[in-house]
Ligand binder design. Structure first.
Ligand code: FES
Length: 120
């Protein structure tokens, strides 16, 4: 039986949803002030009519906790840091809909260098 092909999403957005218990010294991306960000992202994508072709995915720690809240946009390895609702709105408008990454919101280069080579 031949299956119809399924189109690939245009973008995947991996939003770190890691939280730490109160009192933990290490920062995490989700706390009382930031817990609404994933829903805001998903609702914004729905309002713009691109939820589906753009997949918003809750993920655990992306290893950049000091820069949180963070989310990774693929393709391209674009890691956005210190997110807020206003920043998410601009990222959706300019990067997701407009195709132009929001350079000023990207994680600083010293925290997000070139991908590690696997030596192959
Ligand atoms: S808790 Fe989000 S990157 Fe580590």
């Amino acid at each position: 039986m031949q299956m119809p092909s399924m189109p690939q999403p245009t973008f995947y957005i991996f939003k770190c949803e890691q939280s730490a218990p109160p009192g933990m010294p290490k920062p995490s991306c989700v706390n009382q002030q930031t817990q609404e960000l994933f829903n805001h992202l998903a609702q914004t994508l729905m309002q713009k009519g691109v939820f589906g072709p753009v997949q918003a995915i809750r993920t655990s720690c992306l290893g950049r906790c000091q820069m949180g809240p963070v989310m990774l946009v693929e393709p391209g390895h674009y890691m956005y840091s210190h997110l807020s609702k206003e920043k998410i709105d601009k990222i959706v408008e300019q990067h997701i809909l407009g195709g132009e990454p929001v350079i000023e919101y990207l994680i600083p280069e010293q925290f997000w260098g070139e991908p590690v080579s696997l030596g192959k």
